[in-house]
Design a binder for this molecule. Sequence first.
Ligand code: NAD
Length: 350
Amino acid sequence: MLESREIHTDGWQKIVHFNDKEAGLNAIISVHDATLGPACGGCRIFPYESFEAGLDDVKNLSRGMTYKNAIGGIPFGGGKAIIFADAKKEKTTELLKAFGAAVDSLKGLYYTAEDSGVTEADMETIRSVTDYAAGIGANGIGGNPSPFTARGVWRGVQAAARYKLGADTLKGVRVSILGVGAVGMELARLIHEEGGELVVADVNQESVKMAAERFGASIVSPDEAIAADVDIFAPCALGGSINEASIDRLKAKVIAGAANNQLKTPLMDAGLHHRGVLYAPDYVINAAGVISVGLEILNRWSEAEMIKRIDKIDNTLTAIFERSEKEDRPTGAVADQLAMEIIERGRQAA
Ligand code: NAD
């Protein structure tokens, strides 16, 4: 039986802890802000070491979604879900359906989609019990957002390389990718096709071997990936790779990758700015996936619309880089400011 308990938290609109013992579900759905529309964001399956670690993650992720959806220009608020489980061993149809029931119980306040550990087929299972699930490619549109996210990150890598390195193309530009999963592998392909040189790292040895075989990438350990002698570091695994221990080991002049919450603490934003490292704010550069999901929910998805919006990620990032330089403020702070301006305009128009 599905049980729920609300966790009241200042600054978040609604956080609910769900349990279904029979189905093995232990999950949290966090709605950060629904000013611009229903909250929308992916569901991540991960074996967090503690309840608090999961709660912290889902809170940060859902806040990131509020800003991401605002900057991505779609009429949705920010939300996220996590399921405490090992996706390889513990993911069952019963668990996914119980999660669908949890989403459904919020009556449209939150739309779920894919994230780490959740596949397109899983979303179909979730969708069988709730209408509030996207990213399933119904009617042949939308579907798995990862290739679009990778394309948007690639556009962001290009924008950052142009701005910081004066590089008109990625030919000869060296990029270290941490995490060659759904997004990181496709990003590696796009960079390789443009003539970039790759260094890759992943806890999954099969993935790095594949990247080496297909794209001539050099393999390093995850710990070495951040300190690799490259122009650009692209974090595409989990969050927190830029932290107090790693920031001084960076050799790259640019950080541009897909992972959510790349900065372990907000202080890292200023730290990178002072060190002259150009940071492409995570939720701006990785917004293509959620734009796809948003358009799908709105029934306005088309490839042409997607490409138009993905191209805007380049323009939005360039505007952030310019404002950051002009105002001598970290890029993350500038992006937050832009997002808050959009949400405030939405609040006033409501
Ligand atoms: P994924 O699970 O397919 O890939 C993640 C990869 O990182 C896997 O290959 C995994 O083995 C590896 N990894 C995990 N922990 C690691 C560690 N400690 N060190 C090195 N490698 C590690 O996930 P994905 O869909 O490619 O997403 C990657 C990141 O991008 C996530 O942070 C996700 O939240 C974010 N993101 C994804 C999308 C999307 O559309 N898929 C959209 C926005 C943001």
